[in-house]
Design a protein around this ligand. Structure first.
Ligand code: FAD
Length: 550
């Protein structure tokens, strides 16, 4: 067992905390519990700015659980001459790797050079050299050119008839939702307050300046208002709705594009490493192995539909499968082989005449006459620098706020962080060795530690106390208890999508154990029949949306 340094973050004192928050004068209210809002809340709290974060759904339920889950510089943005963005996110990769090693894993990416592909050997070699140089990648991790034979040794499934050569280069993989939740927990430890399921409906005004927000609590249905000197909207795809509410939606506006990912069993697409490959239409896709699965994405299409229910359609699935079947020599992969999927929206800034893939990924900050600051766009990878710029602006706009500057470059995000990646690897391997006689597999040990850091061992020890349950269900119970107590988990979907990623990465296990999971929540939250029925219907719909394609 590890002595926990976590602070309670739970439904148990939620009402008390909410009441206290309604009577508190905050310096800063952050709207949106995605990675952008989470990063801002942490940065502001570290500078001594009294902060409240409000999220209308669950933390990370917007784009921040629907990305490709890469901590990357975005090689393809070099083609769009976005040098500033690539340099910044490229450099941020190493920072994230140091600051939360259990969640940021080195990943050697293979870029196959193929006939009629996006890159020639020369252009790819130059682009990746620039990429490595900009991101100050250490020599031993810099790109390696591979000939056709060497490439096929590394990845035998690449289509031999298309392949000419390849380049191997360094990137990192993460879990976007867990990163967001860890940032919010870190902000809370630094004194911030945060609530999920509290939706901001409108702004409170003092004269012509925003002085707070009017909200409703989606758990209890009650209206609440919160006051603050400064309000920042980090509402991702919903940023323009709030700018509209603030009467400041003029000039630049959002252009939403949808990106989907599909999940295949590792046995269906048994690649050994991540591959960044050409689709048949001039775009490029990632195929990324993770635990028992390989996921592939993403598409990039204009989106005008429902922001709260983004579906992966049969057409989206066919697009990705066509690209996979084109590039990899595997028995034909069909829709019925797809285990799961997710679809997310990129909140990009509209530029006349540009296609979805050509739009800039750089963030935009809007300051309205009412003082409201809105931030949208950018990358998961760049969250820390985006937060820094936003909080610099907050301090500039509010001369009476704490003037403290803080460098978050070395700020460990987890309460009990590993010193480095090697320590993470040793920890989960040692945990496997120590507990295999209890039925723990190496992959389960990896899952627990790569999801919860060192506290994975606490969850395991709790699970082992449930002697009447098999290890699989005992672990689910222990994870749910942890998520409810320390991660503000309120509903089964929060657990099986954002806290554990089971809907995407362990779909069969989730479906088999869905009733058990639902019953565990019912036992804790003691829902009445009406709430039970509504929550169950919603959870089943989310599972269906992820696994059935129309
Ligand atoms: P969101 O995560 O959408 O958060 C906004 C939050 O605001 C939501 O949770 C929403 O519920 C909340 N909200 C909205 N309105 C209200 C309200 N009225 N009251 C309270 N709360 C409200 N970046 C990378 O670095 N690497 C990648 O591999 C990568 N892949 C991507 C792949 C796809 C398909 C997409 C779509 C994006 C990808 N990105 C990637 C970009 C990255 O995911 C986003 O930049 C990032 O997640 C945006 O986070 P956010 O916090 O700004 O928005």
């Amino acid at each position: 067992m590890i002595q926990s340094k976590e602070v309670l973050f739970s439904y148990q004192d939620r009402n008390e905390r909410l009441s206290h928050a309604t009577t508190t004068q905050y310096d800063l209210i952050v709207i949106g519990g995605g990675v952008t809002g989470a990063g801002i809340a942490l940065d502001a709290s570290l500078r001594g700015i009294k902060t409240l974060l409000l999220e209308k759904n669950d933390f990370a339920s917007g784009t921040s659980s629907k990305s490709t889950k890469l901590i990357h510089g975005g090689l393809r943005y070099l083609k769009q001459l976005e040098f500033g963005l690539v340099r910044e996110t490229g450099l941020e990769r190493a920072v994230a790797f140091k600051n939360i090693p259990h969640l940021v894993h080195p990943e050697t990416m293979l870029l196959p050079i193929v006939k009629e592909g996006t890159f020639s050997k020369l252009s790819a070699s130059i682009a990746i050299s620039v990429y490595d140089w900009m991101a100050k990648v250490p020599k031993i991790h810099r790109k390696k050119n591979l000939n056709k034979v060497q490439t096929l040794q590394k990845e035998p499934l690449l289509h031999q008839d298309l392949l000419k050569s390849a380049i191997a280069y360094s990137e990192y993989r993460t879990d976007d939702a867990r990163l967001t939740i860890e940032l919010i927990k870190a902000a809370k430890r630094e004194g911030a307050e945060a609530f999920n399921y509290v939706e901001v409906d409108s702004f409170l005004m003092k004269g012509n300046k925003v002085s707070g927000v009017q909200c409703h609590d989606l758990i209890l249905g009650a209206k609440k208002s919160f006051i603050a000197t400064q309000v920042v909207s980090a509402a991702g795809p919903w940023v323009d709705d709030l700018r509209d509410e603030d009467h400041s939606l003029k000039g630049k506006s959002l252009h939403l594009t949808k990106g989907v990912h599909i999940v295949l069993d590792k046995k269906t697409l048994p690649i050994h490493r991540s591959v960044y490959f050409d689709a048949f239409d001039g775009r490029m896709l990632f195929a990324i192995p993770r635990g028992k699965v390989t996921y592939v994405g993403t598409s990039d299409t204009n989106y005008n539909g429902d922001l709260d229910r983004i579906l992966c359609t049969a057409e989206d699935v066919n697009y990705i499968l066509k690209a996979v079947n084109h590039m990899f020599e595997v028995p034909h992969i069909d829709t019925k082989d797809v285990l799961s999927s997710w679809a997310g929206l990129r909140p990009l800034i509209h530029e006349d005449g540009k296609s979805p893939s050509e739009l800039s990924r750089k963030e935009e900050i809007f300051v309205s006459n009412s003082g409201l600051i809105s931030i949208a766009g950018g990358k998961l990878t760049g969250y820390r620098k985006m937060a820094e710029r936003t909080v610099d602006l907050v301090q500039k706009q509010n001369s009476d706020f704490s003037k403290k500057k803080i460098n978050t470059k070395k700020h460990q995000i987890h309460a009990d962080s590993f010193a480095n990646y090697e320590e993470f690897v040793n920890f989960y391997q040692q945990m496997y060795a120590d507990y295999k006689q209890h039925g723990l597999s190496l992959s389960k040990s990896w899952y627990l530690v790569s999801t919860y850091g060192k506290y994975g061992i606490n969850i395991l020890n709790t699970a082992l106390q449930y002697e009447n349950l098999k290890l699989k269900q005992a672990l689910i119970r222990a994870e749910i208890e942890y998520a409810i107590q320390f991660e503000a988990c309120m509903k089964p979907e929060d657990y099986f999508i954002r806290r554990s990623g089971k809907l995407y990465f362990d779909t069969k296990n989730l479906i088999e154990n869905y009733q058990f999971i639902f019953d565990e929540f019912t036992r804790v939250f003691k829902w009445d029949d009406d709430s039970k029925s509504k929550i169950n219907t919603r959870c089943r719909q989310l599972i269906q949306d992820s696994t059935v394609f129309k």
